[in-house]
Each structure stands twice: as structure tokens, then as C-alpha cells.
Design a protein around this ligand. Structure first.
Ligand code: F6P
Length: 405
């Protein structure tokens, strides 16, 4: 058997990140000069079948016609994948739910010329699942339904898949992946399979093609050097937001992640308005550092009224925790969670935008680019410039750019 060729068969319920993971694998393998192609059943179904196949009942396992169509699509893609490996391809990725044992048996029987790695994507985070469903129903096939109807229909579709779902356990080579956290939950690869080391590494690494990291525009609190709170943008801050909107109007920004604070949402709003299609997603994970008893105080007030806080923070800013609040070190877990959510909800080719705060943006930067912890709380985060971050296999970029002249 030729050991240099491999099938990767995705497994998982709808909206569990399979396509994102498949495409991340493809990009990384191709970058390693490994000829890789994805065969996606959903795309082929939408291309080939003229009738409406978006309604939930189509996916009911008791719907014979629907089943026959889906099996046919699966077979066509299996044939194409076989042909691809025969004609010089090295890794063929089959992107479909493949949740039933029967389907997987069929795949194993048909794709018997090279090893298969089954890769199951798992994510049970309610909030992320709902946000993912919202992205799914953006597809043209849901265009004739209202948003509520489309959500209902997609949830029903998931329920049909759940009724025949068998998690991986007896297949020869498999990985079960927590696709939100890029964490391998279970791995069974008894022998060696081609490209095993690269694949494992790619699965657990965060990559971003273009991340625009912006700090909110100037606020009334900024003018007084006050921290925390929920202040609004000043006129200057609004002008900064408009300049950002103008700057980014030529780039496609499908999602803008903000905190739940008014200053980040007000900064994102004009940017959203200048885009053809763009949604703002406020995440609590990106709220500014909670300064506890010092919320809404100015740095000067803290220095004079709470000198112990001022001194202790100065001595070890990264590890210091405000009484009743947070510190940089204790924010890390939630910031990492916010980044995972933003990456999970974005398509691999998407430009990603985050509008955050000073401390939040320092932590986001340090997630992608190594900084000694003692230097993180001092990273420069201006309001008239933004960071452009690229973190892929072949490129690491960390550029501070001005958006207005
Ligand atoms: O712009 C002010 C601010 O975002 C505060 O809300 C926050 O406490 C502070 O910056 C974080 O910066 P530092 O850790 O340097 O005080």
C-alpha cells in the first residue's frame, strides 16, 4: 500500500466546525507542499440538485428520497476523492457529517486503497452553537425563510442527524477534537499514518490570516484618565470610528467582535454600516479589565486615595489583581476563550475584526505573539492606529498601522 496518501473523513453534527477545521488542514498541508483537496457533500448537493433540499424533512432518516439523494452525493464525492489520490493527490478530505455507522462502513469499504483518518468535531457550547447556526442560515438556500423559520429548520435538521449519530469509537484511526478549543479529546492511531505529525500539530494551533485589532475611539472617561465604566465616545471618538469605517470599507469584514461596552459597539457601528454584509457580535469575554473598587476612578485619584493599590500594581502589574476585580493574569482564561469563539465563528478565509480595550487588546496581542508576561501590561495600544495580525504557518506579522492621515 502506498503510504504517502491519506483520506481524512470528517465526522460531526452540523455547525460543529468541520468545514473550518477541514479548510485549516488543507491550507496547512498545501503549505507543506502536500497536494490536498476537500470534497464537500453540502456544496455538491446545492450545486447538483435543482429541487429545494434545504427543508428539515429532507434530512429525516425516514425520508427515502432524501436519503437516496444524500447517499448518491456521498458516493460521487468518494469516487472523486479516490480519483484525486489516484491522479497524484496526496490527502483527500471528505467534508460531510458522516455521523452514522452505516455511512462510515460504506466509506471504509469503498475507500480501501489508502489509510483513512476519521476526524470528529465536537462542540456543545450553547452560545457558540447558536451563533454558528446564525451564520449557517446566511446560505442562499435559506433565503426564502424568515430568520426564525430558518433557525427552527436548521435545529430540526441537527435533531435528525442526532437521531443516527454514533460518535467515533471503533474505527481504526480516529481523532475526536474539541473544535472550539482546538483540543484533542481522544486519539486512536495504532500504527502510523501519513502526515500524522503535521496534522496533529495543525489541529491544535490557532491560525489567523488577517486579524484587525482595534481599540475603541476616545471616550469621555479617556479625557479624564478614568478607568473602567461604560462611557460613550466623544465627538473625536466618533470621528475616529468614521475614519476607521472609511479605511476598512474596501475590505470585506463579515463579523466584528466587540465587548459589551458602549464604547466598542459605538466604534464598530460605522464600520458595520459601510460594509455590504456585516454583523457585530458583542462578547463578554472582551470586556475591559474589571478594576473592582477602582472602577471609574482616575489614575490620579487611585494614586492619592489608594496609594497601596497604586504601589502594588506598579510592583507587579501583570499579576496584580484589583480588590474585587481582575488582573492581567486572571483575565487570560476569558480572553483566550473570546479568541477561540471569534476564530470558530469566522470562516477560515474571513478577515477578522475585534474592537476591544487597552488591557484586552494587550492580552489578545500576547496570545498570538510571544511577549514576556511582565511586558504585556505595557504594550502600546493607541486609539489612532490598529494592529494587523497574521499568524499562519508561513507568515507571522504584527504591524501597527495608522488608519487616518
Ligand atoms: O482606557 C482606559 C483603560 O481601558 C481602563 O478601562 C483600563 O483599566 C486600563 O485602560 C487598562 O490599562 P492599564 O492596565 O495600563 O491601567
Amino acid at each position: 500500500m502506498d503510504q504517502e496518501k491519506l483520506y481524512i473523513v470528517m465526522v460531526g453534527l452540523p455547525a460543529r466546525g468541520k468545514t473550518t477545521v477541514a479548510s485549516k488542514l488543507k491550507d496547512n498541508l498545501r503549505h507543506d507542499s502536500i497536494n490536498t483537496r476537500i470534497f464537500n457533500n453540502g456544496e455538491l448537493r446545492r450545486k447538483m440538485i435543482r429541487d429545494d433540499t434545504s427543508y428539515a424533512g429532507f434530512f429525516d432518516p425516514r425520508n427515502r428520497k432524501g436519503m437516496a439523494i444524500r447517499e448518491k452525493i456521498a458516493c460521487i464525492n468518494m469516487e472523486k476523492a479516490r480519483g484525486f489520490l489516484r491522479d497524484g493527490g496526496q490527502v483527500a478530505i471528505l467534508d460531510a457529517t458522516n455521523v452514522s455507522l452505516e455511512r462510515r462502513k460504506k466509506i471504509q469499504a469503498f475507500l480501501n486503497d489508502h489509510p483513512i483518518l476519521f476526524l470528529e468535531c465536537i462542540n456543545e457550547d450553547e452560545e457558540i452553537l447558536n451563533a454558528s447556526i446564525l451564520r449557517k442560515i446566511d446560505l442562499a438556500e435559506f433565503g426564502h425563510l424568515t430568520q426564525a423559520e430558518a433557525i427552527e429548520s436548521f435545529k430540526q435538521r441537527i435533531a435528525f442527524y442526532e437521531s443516527i449519530y454514533h460518535p467515533l469509537e471503533r474505527e481504526k484511526n480516529f481523532i475526536r477534537l474539541d473544535s472550539l478549543n482546538n483540543k484533542i479529546l481522544h486519539e486512536e492511531i495504532p500504527g502510523r499514518i501519513p502526515y500524522q505529525d503535521q496534522i496533529r500539530d495543525f489541529l491544535v494551533t490557532d491560525t489567523v490570516k488577517n486579524l484587525y485589532l482595534i481599540r475603541h475611539g476616545e471616550t469621555y472617561f479617556n479625557l479624564e484618565d478614568r478607568i473602567g465604566g461604560d462611557s460613550e465616545l466623544t465627538e473625536n471618538g466618533r470621528q475616529q470610528a468614521l475614519a476607521l469605517a472609511e479605511y476598512f470599507k474596501k475590505k470585506k469584514i463579515p463579523l466584528i467582535f466587540t465587548s459589551q461596552k458602549r464604547r466598542t459597539i459605538q466604534t464598530a457601528e460605522p464600520i458595520r454600516q459601510m460594509q455590504e454584509k456585516c454583523t457585530i457580535i458583542p462578547l463578554s469575554e472582551f470586556n475591559e479589565i474589571d478594576s473592582g473598587v477602582c472602577e471609574c476612578m482616575s489614575y490620579e485619584e487611585i494614586r492619592t486615595q489608594m496609594p497601596h493599590v497604586h504601589e502594588a500594581r506598579k510592583a507587579d502589574k501583570y499579576n496584580y489583581v484589583y480588590p474585587g476585580g481582575e488582573g492581567y493574569a486572571t483575565m487570560k482564561e476569558r480572553i483566550d476563550r473570546g479568541i477561540k469563539k471569534a476564530l470558530y465563528l469566522s470562516r477560515p478565509s474571513d478577515n477578522i475584526m475585534i474592537v476591544g480595550h487597552r488591557a484586552v487588546n494587550r492580552m489578545i496581542l500576547s496570545h498570538f505573539l510571544y511577549r514576556r508576561t511582565e511586558d504585556v501590561p505595557y504594550i502600546y495600544i493607541p486609539q489612532d492606529k490598529f494592529y494587523h495580525i497574521v499568524a499562519t504557518q508561513d507568515k507571522k506579522l504584527f504591524q501597527l498601522r495608522r488608519y487616518a492621515s
